[in-house]
Design a binder for this molecule. Structure first.
Ligand SMILES: [Zn+2]
Length: 476
């Protein structure tokens, strides 16, 4: 992250601000970054996002999405970009594009979709943001706005690792484009899907499902596609309008329902507890077999690489992550950083585990930070629990930081250790039946409204026709 920011700054300072031709409109426009810079920035943002969100470990599914996306992208205005389509391991329905052609769709979005035509419409829309250079325009603006950030950007790369990614990587992907950009991406996506013989009428279903999903979901920590893609009614209307001009198909347009559903059969659904989950303020990680207690009322989030908690007043952060090296090595590396002054460092045992902790002050570009770092060793892995705040607030938080570090413990509870994610199962209904009836025959451990949603049915009493391929959610 730090590198590409430096790159943008360098481009500005040396006056490399260039005028580039927009590949879609053919207009000349001010571009802060060249195409090779765009690819470089995009690649870094994509790597950060892949690390933070994680990718679904299913090679066949990843290859399928890559193949579909690439097919569309290769006939777009920018076929030469290093297009990469990935399924992010995130239960929130979302899709986003980093500049340079790096596109992500979440497994939460895949769970909502019913066929390949719908999937293609989402991928096509994101491709449109890249080909029309929306994401790079946004990125340059955001990069510039970001130069004066506070707590997230700390000089020390180790301390900055998460704050920077959160501020610079993911957030940038969740930026809202303007209304015009969304309209253009919709039009481009429609065009790409149509060019490949897909039934573009399926596009509308995606918006209807997302609207229904937003009504059910309430507040999710990660923004969904709908929150970064507003005005669904208008967009449904515009698609309907475009459809009236659609010439009759010479041969049937592709929907690809059975193919698509076979690909997502068995896909994890909802939060994956193997990667850690919260019970109130306690974080439990079955795969790594540990637990940690965060302060009550702090806002927590579990990323693939770190678990973070922010204080209610947003002036302190606690971050838990795995770090390389032994307990000794990790401790020495951390406290030996330039710009960091260590207090007393002491070896201790935390719930029977070897640990080292110490307070520190870190000089950053914007402020002096005070913090406590606790390192704990379990099963040959080293964990770092880092709490920090501006130095002026540190006294008020020090005890909290130490208490969180001391709460680290081996997870021994058998049922917690055995937790598994729920999964999608595809079942062909033998006769017409309501969603409620299907749920009685093949129970899912989710609310009935949610079951109706993932089957793209308006409600529990909606009737699915005979032969309908229905989604069931299996597991506890
Ligand atoms: Zn969009």
């Amino acid at each position: 992250m730090t590198r590409h920011r430096a790159l943008v700054v360098a481009a500005l300072v040396t006056g490399l601000v260039a005028c580039a031709t927009n590949p879609v409109t053919g207009d000349r426009e001010l571009a802060l970054v060249s195409e090779s810079q765009e690819i470089q920035i995009g690649r870094q943002v994509a790597e950060g996002a892949a690390q933070q969100l994680g990718l679904v470990e299913d090679d066949a599914l990843q290859a399928y999405v890559q193949r579909l996306g690439l097919k569309l992208a290769q006939t777009s205005e920018r076929p030469e970009l290093p297009w990469r389509f990935s399924v992010a391991d995130d239960p929130t329905p979302n899709a986003f594009a980093a500049p340079g052609g790096f596109i992500f769709i979440t497994r939460g979005m895949l769970a909502l979709l019913r066929n390949e035509a719908e999937l293609v419409s989402v991928l096509g829309h994101e491709i449109g943001h890249v080909t029309a250079r929306h994401s790079v325009a946004m990125m340059s603006r955001a990069q510039l706005a970001q130069l004066g950030l506070g707590i997230g950007s700390i000089i020390s790369p180790t301390v900055a690792q998460f704050g920077d990614l959160a501020a610079g990587g993911l957030q940038l992907l969740f930026l809202r484009y303007g209304r015009d950009a969304e309209r253009q991406a919709d039009e481009l996506g429609y065009r790409y899907a149509l060019a490949h013989g897909y039934d573009v009428r399926e596009m509308t279903n995606v918006f209807v499902a997302l609207q229904q999903s937003a009504r059910l979901a309430g507040q999710s920590p990660v923004p969904s596609w709908l929150s970064t893609h507003p005005y669904p009614e208008e967009r449904i209307r515009r698609i309907a309008q475009a459809l009236t001009d659609l010439p009759p198909a010479v041969e049937p347009r592709r929907i690809g329902e059975a193919d698509y559903l076979a690909r997502i059969d068995g896909l994890a659904y909802g939060e994956d507890p193997r990667k850690g989950y919260f019970e109130a303020n306690r974080f439990l990680h079955p795969e790594l077999a540990f637990r940690l207690d965060f302060p009550r009322d702090w806002r927590t989030q579990n990323f693939a690489q770190a678990v973070v908690a922010g204080s209610p007043r947003e002036d302190a952060l606690i971050q838990l992550m795995l770090v390389p090296g032994t307990l000794q090595e990790a401790t020495e590396r951390f406290f030996g950083q330039e710009g960091l002054t260590a207090g007393r460092i002491r070896s201790q045992r935390v719930n029977g585990l070897p640990a080292i902790s110490g307070a520190f002050q870190a000089q950053t570009a914007q402020a002096v930070l005070g913090g406590v770092a606790t390192f704990v060793s379990l099963e040959g892995r080293t964990y770092r629990i880092l709490g920090y705040s501006p130095a002026a607030q540190f006294r008020g938080y020090e005890a909290t930081f130490r208490a969180v570090g001391s709460s680290f413990a081996r997870l021994t509870d058998a049922s917690a250790l055995a937790r598994q994610p729920q999964r999608l199962a595809i079942i062909r209904v033998p006769r017409a039946m309501t969603v409620a009836e299907f749920n009685r025959l093949h129970p899912s451990a989710i609310p009935i409204e949610e079951l109706a949603l993932i089957n793209q049915q308006p409600g529990a009493e909606a009737v699915m026709p005979a032969g309908f391929l229905a989604k069931q959610v299996v597991g506890e």
